[in-house]
Design a protein around this ligand. Structure first.
Ligand SMILES: Cc1cc2nc3c(=O)[nH]c(=O)nc-3n(C[C@H](O)[C@H](O)[C@H](O)COP(=O)(O)OP(=O)(O)OC[C@H]3O[C@@H](n4cnc5c(N)ncnc54)[C@H](O)[C@@H]3O)c2cc1C
Length: 338
């Protein structure tokens, strides 16, 4: 809604996180968003609400409080066993109209991307997708939404001064969940569906696992990623041997994927996957911003490159300057098998 005066903006209060529920389970991205949003709510001296549309999720509500929420607004209905974007958007838009949150955050997941733009259109406000940083301007209370722009060549900070609520999506594994505090409790607000709110235009017939993609980069503790420096598919055989040594998964830069050395589902980065491994090995990857945005929140980064001045070598916790084809076989020989 247009809120271009301080009085109009003052009518909007509290920070909302839209929970992602899949197969009856609240997904990890919800806790990551709560971690990011807790700080925003504290800065605004307001409450952190988590909005949950699902069915049979009662037993998980306490975990939202442990993860930082003050309020859980729950719409428990059998219609929400499966996700239908337009139905959830209709309910969420109505709740936004009624309760007037100041900020709404949603996961930049397949579901979040289908849901939240619909809500932003109805609420007549902006939406910043794929944020990598969120802070508050202390002067105005505006949400400062940082995200890669112009093909990832710059980081842009976007504000939405004249409309409320301020809406943003954040990719999974970009923000950190808080350490669960089991002593925290909160308030539950039970909401109901209104007659006619479920359109019935779409029905989910079946959900099935993507068996085409055997690589689980998102849960891997160790990722061994390769780039153009590997020179060809044989280089990736060497990486696979290193990955097997540490029980890790193989990642890749877009240059390696575009060259056809490994399939797309290995790609890490802006147009690939965002990962948060405990250890990320970058082998022959220079570290252009589009790659970095997908892996920079890994806990420990090891880069191997013959050029010590690449962005990734500068970012890494450990940089090994050398020829990959000498360093990697040596690592395979010397690393203990996990
Ligand atoms: C809109 C857009 C989206 C993009 N999305 C992504 C994305 O999701 N993910 C992504 O990765 N990229 C993405 N890119 C591409 C990105 O800009 C880079 O082009 C790409 O990441 C470069 O890949 P690289 O680091 O493997 O190759 P290069 O930049 O060519 O780096 C190769 C590195 O290997 C080193 N090397 C070469 N030989 C050896 C050797 N024998 N031993 C040791 N080191 C060696 C070189 O010194 C160099 O540092 C995107 C680009 C655009 C415009």
């Amino acid at each position: 809604m247009i809120a271009n005066t301080s009085e109009a903006r003052a009518a909007y209060r509290n920070v909302w996180v839209v929970a992602e529920v899949l197969g009856g389970e609240i997904q990890k991205v919800t806790y990551e968003l709560l971690g990011a949003a807790r700080h925003l709510a504290d800065t605004r001296e307001s409450e952190l609400w988590c909005v949950v549309a699902g069915h049979g999720v009662d037993s998980q509500i306490d975990t939202l409080f442990h993860g930082g929420a003050d309020v859980a607004m729950v719409i428990d209905d059998p219609s929400f066993v499966n996700f239908v974007d337009e139905d959830q958007a209709a309910v969420l838009a109505r709740l936004v109209r009624t309760h007037k949150p100041e900020i709404v955050l949603c996961g930049a997941t397949t579901r979040g991307r289908a849901l939240i733009p619909r809500v932003a259109v109805v609420a007549n406000c902006g939406l910043t997708a794929d944020c990598t940083g969120l802070t508050i301007d202390p002067e105005t209370g505006d949400l400062l939404q940082t995200r890669p722009a112009f093909g990832g060549n710059i980081m842009a900070t976007i504000r939405c001064s004249d409309h409320r609520p301020q809406m943003a999506t954040v990719r999974p594994r970009v923000m950190n969940a808080l350490e669960p505090d089991t002593t925290r409790t909160g308030r539950v607000i039970a909401e109901k569906l209104l007659p006619g709110e479920i359109s019935g235009l779409k029905t989910v017939l079946e959900l099935f696992q993507d068996v085409e993609n055997p690589v689980n980069l998102s849960d891997a503790r160790f990722i061994i990623a390769g780039g153009r420096g590997l020179k060809g598919p044989d280089g990736f055989k060497m990486l696979k041997a290193l990955a097997e040594r540490v029980n890790g998964a193989v990642g890749a830069s877009r240059a390696a994927v575009d060259s056809g050395w490994v399939p797309y589902y290995h790609q890490v980065g802006q147009t690939g996957q965002t990962v948060q491994a405990t250890v990320y090995f970058a082998c022959g990857i220079s570290g252009q911003i589009q790659h970095l945005v997908g892996m920079q929140s890994c806990d420990f980064i090891v880069a191997i490159d013959k050029n010590p001045d690449t962005p990734l070598m500068q970012l890494a916790d450990v940089s090994i300057v050398g020829d990959l084809f000498e360093v990697i076989p040596q690592l395979i020989r010397e690393l203990p098998k996990t």
